[in-house]
Structure formats: C-alpha cells, structure tokens
Design a protein around this ligand. Structure first.
Ligand SMILES: O=C(CO)[C@H](O)[C@H](O)COP(=O)(O)O
Length: 241
C-alpha cells in the first residue's frame, strides 16, 4: 500500500483501466465510455493507444457529460447511440461487484445512460479497485434509483413497500437542493441490505416496475469481465463463466 491512500487507490484504478483497454481496444472499434474516476484512466489510455498506433476510426459513445468531456480531451471521435447504435465494447467503473459479476453503479448518478450504453455493447468490461470487490451487493452501497422529479415522494414510499430499509433523496454538495441527473431527474439511494447474487435480477426488475422510476443502478448479468486493480499496480481479471 502506498503511503498516500489516494495514490494507492489511483494506482489500482489505473492498473485496472489500462489493462482492460490494452486487452480490448483496437482500430475501428465502437466504444462505450462510462463515467467516474476510474474511467478517466480508460479514456486516457484509449487516447494514448489511438495516437501511438495511428487509429483513426475508433468511435466513442459517452454515458454522461463527464465522459463526453473525457472523449474530447483524449482526442477521440465523439458519437451517440442514435448514430452508433451498436458498440463493440463498453468500459465502465462500478461501486460494488459480487462474485457473479453483478454490479451496483450510479455513484455518479449516470447509471441510466451507463446501462443503456452497456446494454447495446457486445461486451461490458467493468474496471474497479479492490475496495469494490465486496463479495455481495449492498454490503457497502445502497441502490441508486433515478426517478422523475415529480415522483420522488411516491417512489420512495413504493420502495419501502418493496422492502427498502432506508431511502434517501441524494442531495447536491455544492447546491442547496437535490442532485439532478444529466436527464433532469432526481436520485433516490435505497438500501435493501445484502443482496444475494441470485436475487439481483429480480430486484432490478422489481424496482424498475415502480411508476416514476427511470432506471436503477443494479446491473445484473451485464458485465462479461471485471478488471480488479490493486494499489501495487497489479490486477486480476474475472470472467463470466
Ligand atoms: O456508476 C458510476 C457513475 O454513475 C461510476 O462508474 C461508479 O460510481 C464508480 O465510480 P469511480 O470509478 O469514481 O469509483
């Protein structure tokens, strides 16, 4: 472990992201770019590889305002799902993963767009540092749920009925009010306790069935591989069986 905690975490994120991009990216690929601090390293490496190898036809689809900026800053070609509806690969971070490669996402309130991009990619590769590898979803994180602004009170009540033990409207840090997603919606963070891998898909569907819910941050069965970085710069790859 590095003497500086942040340095260690960043080394882990970089190790996972660089290794994943080196293993999966190539000329002509249509690439989904996720959101968050780990994806910063993925966009950086993709930009470096494109320059080094003279790749001119890599096309990237963002999942948020942040990732749109990352794509532009890396000198890559920006597209969207309307122009590029089929992607070869998507790289994204995660807040928690379980042993079956299910994930909780949405720490950056971008999970709706992230799921949309992931669902239209042949392969979703998740990039995490080892702290995200908790064994079971819900161990450290609540489930982020994007809701229509006019539905947050009723959706909150419905989530409690559906078994949530706590539901919190996510508040902004530098604004007096709630976090507003890139789609103009609010985010509820709903705790359901530890979620067994076998129950993730059912809970994902149950939450999305609540009127006013746009999408939730449970990603059941979407990831093909997870690259787990460590603070010493090493990494491990887990693949779906
Ligand atoms: O789901 C996300 C954003 O909505 C992020 O991918 C997730 O929060 C992980 O972020 P980080 O790489 O900063 O830990």
């Amino acid at each position: 472990m590095s003497s500086n905690g942040n340095e260690g975490v960043n080394a882990a994120k970089r190790a996972a992201a660089y290794a994943a991009v080196e293993a999966h990216a190539g000329e002509g690929m249509r690439v989904g770019v996720g959101s968050g601090s780990t994806v910063v390293f993925a966009a950086e490496r993709l930009g470096q590889l494109a320059k080094e190898h003279g790749w001119t036809s890599v096309v990237c689809v963002p999942t948020s305002f942040q990732s749109q900026q990352l794509i532009v800053e890396a000198g890559l070609v920006l597209s969207d799902l309307n122009q590029t509806p089929e992607l070869d690969v998507a790289f994204d971070g995660a807040d928690e993963i379980d042993g079956e490669l299910n994930a909780i996402k949405g720490g950056g309130a971008a999970h709706t767009q992230e799921k949309l991009v992931a669902a239209n990619a042949k392969t979703l590769i998740l990039l995490v540092d080892e702290s995200k590898d908790t064994g079971a979803l819900g161990t450290k994180w609540a489930v982020p749920i994007e809701v229509l602004p006019g539905a947050w009170v009723v959706a909150k009540a419905a989530l409690v009925k559906a078994g949530a033990t706590s539901v919190v409207l996510r508040m902004a840090k530098a604004k007096a009010g709630p976090v507003v997603t890139d789609n103009g919606n609010f985010v509820l963070d709903a705790a359901f306790g530890v979620i067994a891998a076998a129950d993730v898909a059912g809970l994902e569907a149950k939450i999305n069935n609540i009127p006013g819910v746009v999408d939730n941050g449970l990603f059941a069965g979407l990831a093909s591989e997870v690259f787990i970085g460590r603070s010493d710069g090493s990494f491990e790859v887990r693949r779906r069986e």
